[in-house]
Design a protein around this ligand. Sequence first.
Ligand code: B12
Ligand SMILES: *[C@@H]1O[C@H](CO)[C@@H](O)[C@H](O)[C@H]1NC(C)=O
Ligand SMILES: *[C@@H]1O[C@H](CO)[C@@H](O)[C@H](O)[C@H]1NC(C)=O
Length: 136
Amino acid sequence: MSMITTATFLSAALLLLVPGILSLATAKKDQIHLKIYNSISHGPNVTYTLDIAFRGILLGAMNNLQKDDRLRFSYTEDPNYGPFLVRVNGLAGNNTEHTYWQLLVKRGKTIIIPDVGIGCFIPKPGDTVILKFTKW
Ligand code: B12
Ligand SMILES: *[C@@H]1O[C@H](CO)[C@@H](O)[C@H](O)[C@H]1NC(C)=O
Ligand SMILES: *[C@@H]1O[C@H](CO)[C@@H](O)[C@H](O)[C@H]1NC(C)=O
C-alpha cells in the first residue's frame, strides 16, 4: 500500500471506530443522585451524585460510594428480603424508637416508594434516590 492509501485507510477506520467507542463509554454508565434526609432532626440534606451500572442495583452504587469514603452505611441481611439498611453516616434506625431509613425515589415530579429494598431496587438514570430517616 502507498503512504496515501494507508493514511486514507487509517482515517476511514478511525471515523468508523470513534463513534463506537464514544457510544460505548456513554451508554454503559449513567448517573443518579442520592439524597440523605433526616426528617426527624431536620439537619441539612446531603446529596451525592453517583454513577450506576446499566440496570445495576442501588446497593452496588452505594457500595462504590462507600469504597471512595464518601458515604458510610451498613445493613443487615434478612433471610427473605435481603439487605435491610440500618445505618447511614453514623445514624441508625432503632426498633424501640420506631425509627428507620425509608427508601424513596423522586422520578421526574413523582415520589415513588419502592416495594423492594436497596438490594433489589434498580434506579433509572436521572433518579433522585432519597434515604429518609423517619418513624413508622
Ligand atoms: C413491618 C414492616 C416493616 C417495618 C419493620 C420494622 C419492625 N421492626 O417491625 C419497617 C417500617 C421498618 C419496614 C421498612 C421497609 N419495608 Co417492610 N414490611 C413490613 C411488613 C408490613 C411486616 C413485616 C413483619 O413484621 N413480619 C412479621 C415478622 C415476625 O417477621 P420478620 O421476618 O421478623 O419481619 C422482619 C422483616 O420483614 C424485616 N423487614 C421489613 N421490611 C423489610 C424490607 C426489606 C427490604 C428487608 C430486607 C427486611 C424487611 O423487618 C421485620 C421485623 O424485623 C412487611 C409485609 C408483610 N406483610 O410481611 C413489609 C415488607 C417486608 N417490607 C417491604 C419493603 C419494601 C420495605 C422498605 C424497603 C420500604 C421502603 N421503600 O422504604 C423498608 C426497608 C428500608 C430499609 N431500611 O432497608 C417489602 C419487602 C419486599 C421485598 N421483596 O423486598 C414487604 C414485603 C412489603 C411490600 N411492600 O411488599 N417494613
Ligand atoms: C431536605 O429534603 C426534603 C425532602 O426531599 C425536603 O422536604 C426538605 O425541605 C429538605 N431540607 C432542607 C434543610 O433543605
Ligand atoms: C434504641 O433506643 C433505646 C431507647 O432509646 C436504647 O435504649 C437502645 O440502646 C437503642 N438501641 C440501639 C441498638 O441503639
